[in-house]
Design a protein around this ligand. Structure first.
Ligand SMILES: *[C@@H]1O[C@H](CO)[C@@H](O)[C@H](O)[C@H]1NC(C)=O
Ligand SMILES: *[C@@H]1O[C@H](CO)[C@@H](O)[C@H](O)[C@H]1NC(C)=O
Ligand SMILES: *[C@@H]1O[C@H](CO)[C@@H](O)[C@H](O)[C@H]1NC(C)=O
Length: 183
């Protein structure tokens, strides 16, 4: 009769130990499939540039298919398909893979919010792609203006030299003529 509490205690201990042991065994080798895009990912590009966005996925050896979507103005997500401008590729490793969405020549219309999905329903954080207007090559422009400024300077200097030389020559010639008249 006085042994009963001990029996209960023993059973309780076994259950507790067994449960935590079982849980420990469950959680350690578990591998959560999922996309690992960081929250608040943003990408910036100028129009006409090439831009690649990455979607890292942990797949734990399962076969997964990654799709890419863009948020439309209607607030719906539309699947992105490969076009001559858009390329979707992936690189596979042992337990993870990375899907790449590449815009060969990004345009202003590609500006927007994107995400990658797994067919299992796992969706990534939003990727904000900002496309700015094509940047004209300022360097070339500056070069040109610098060059014209330089050529104007050179022309002015050449003109001054020419005028000085001509003046000197004509003065010298006039003087010589004066001397020759004197002679
Ligand atoms: C995943 O993609 C592969 C080829 O890209 C295709 O053969 C397979 O059917 C796809 N799986 C699913 C579940 O759609
Ligand atoms: C891409 O293909 C899917 C299914 O084939 C379609 O539902 C979707 O509208 C297409 N997206 C575009 C941008 O054409
Ligand atoms: C996307 O990023 C741009 C620039 O970083 C920002 O101006 C814009 O508000 C962002 N869009 C959203 C919906 O967060």
């Amino acid at each position: 009769m006085d042994r009963l509490p001990y029996t209960y205690l023993l059973i309780f201990c076994c259950l507790t130990f067994g449960c935590s042991f079982g849980r420990g065994q469950d959680s350690s080798p578990s591998c959560d499939v999922g996309v690992m895009v960081r929250r608040g990912t943003t990408k910036k590009a100028a129009a006409q540039q090439r831009l690649t966005v990455e979607c890292p996925v942990k797949h734990c050896g399962e076969s997964v298919n990654v799709t890419w979507c863009k948020l439309l103005e209607t607030n719906q997500w539309e699947q992105i398909n490969q076009t001559e401008n858009v390329e979707i590729t992936q690189q596979k490793y042992v337990d993870r893979l990375t899907s790449f969405l590449t815009f060969k020549r990004i345009s202003i219309h590609d500006d927007g919010l994107y995400r990658c999905n797994l067919l299992t329903g796992d969706i990534s954080h939003i990727i904000n792609i900002t496309v700015s207007a094509e940047v004209p090559s300022d360097a070339g422009k500056e070069d040109v203006s610098w060059l014209s400024y330089f050529s104007i300077c050179v022309s002015v200097i050449l003109l001054v030299i020419t005028v000085s030389v001509l003046t000197a020559l004509s003065f010298y010639g006039w003087k010589r003529r004066v001397y020759s008249y004197d002679a």
